[in-house]
Design a protein around this ligand. Structure first.
Ligand code: ADP
Ligand code: MG
Length: 291
């Protein structure tokens, strides 16, 4: 059984139309079947309005399906009695770090989740320490969150989720408001949780360099899953992605253009090193012909 399973998940928002009277329905997620196995690192791509956040909010029952079903570790999110169990298993981290931190001291903030769950004070202490160490924020435990950088605040927010010992963490564009250093810190923390603690990670992002190390990439478009596969499979489909106005890593694009101009370079190049390895035999070959 997967940690996350959605079946025909559909979500309609009800909106009041411009005339201020008529209710109109807007389909944000449309018949999505998603299966996530424990321990996977999944990246979700798609441009604004493609339904990523709406999908994410179903994974810990912030939203409930209009149609279809969502199971978190086998628990149906529509089962109100299971709400606490679902939220404990699947934690969420949002885009804006300032909206997620409530404590006035870092360690208090991290303790908030397990406190609400009724965890014993001694165990809370251990969890706070372990969580802050995991995200490399232990030395800031007595600090006020206000003074921290965006990347540090996001890591405190992640520690707060980690302290609830979830099986899965859904991060909805957690790096969108951060500088490049903060982005790296946050992604490193997510990767560490995945590799060392086997926490399942679902990362929604616009940054390609955060995607290439994922086990699986899911591309959303108009509320549907447009493509899914390994990063290499997805980024081998450059023309298709371009047709949907979606980004690919810069180096992938360069490799693709070189290939189009006739160089024998494989599709789905993901890193500078891979491109260098693909090009260098071609260069050596030309040089030896000259000599
Ligand atoms: P993404 O996260 O990929 O940008 P969203 O899930 O936020 O996409 O939005 C998907 C669609 O649902 C968009 O058309 C958006 O305008 C609409 N939508 C999102 N939130 C609401 C809401 N609270 N009320 C009405 N429509 C919404
Ligand atoms: Mg969003």
């Amino acid at each position: 059984m997967g940690i996350i399973e959605t079946r025909h998940l559909t979500h309609d928002y009800q909106k009041i139309d411009e005339d201020g009277k008529t209710q109109v329905s807007c389909r944000a997620v449309d018949d999505v079947d998603l299966d996530v196995s424990p321990g996977q690192f999944i990246a979700i791509l798609g441009h604004n309005g493609s339904g990523k956040s709406t999908l994410a909010k179903h994974l810990n029952a912030i939203l409930l399906p209009t149609q279809g079903t969502v199971y978190v570790d086998g628990l149906d999110t529509r089962d109100a009695e299971k709400l606490d169990a679902i939220r404990q298993r699947a934690g969420m981290v949002f885009q804006n770090p300032d909206n997620q931190i409530i404590g006035t001291v870092v360690e208090e903030d991290v303790a908030f989740g397990p406190e609400n769950m009724g965890v014993s004070p001694r165990e809370i202490e251990q969890r706070v320490e372990a969580s802050l160490k995991t995200v490399d924020m232990w030395e800031y435990r007595k600090h006020s969150p206000n003074r921290l950088s965006g990347g540090q605040k996001q890591r405190v927010a992640i520690a707060g989720v980690v302290a609830m010992e979830p099986m899965c963490i859904v991060l909805d564009e957690p790096t969108a408001m951060l500088d490049p250093v903060g982005r790296k810190e946050v992604i490193r923390a997510a990767q560490k949780l995945n590799r060392e603690k086997q926490v399942t990670i679902i990362l929604i992002t616009h940054y390609m360099e955060e995607v290439i190390e994922a086990d699986r990439v899911i591309v959303m478009d108009q509320g549907k899953i447009l493509m899914q596969g390994t990063p290499r499979e997805i980024f081998s489909r450059v023309e298709e992605l371009k047709a949907h106005r979606l980004d690919v890593p810069q180096v992938t694009m360069l490799a693709h253009e070189l290939r189009k101009s006739g160089l024998p370079i494989p599709e789905g190049i993901l890193t500078v090193e891979e491109l260098a390895d693909a090009i260098s035999p071609l260069v050596n070959h030309t040089e030896s012909k000259k000599g």
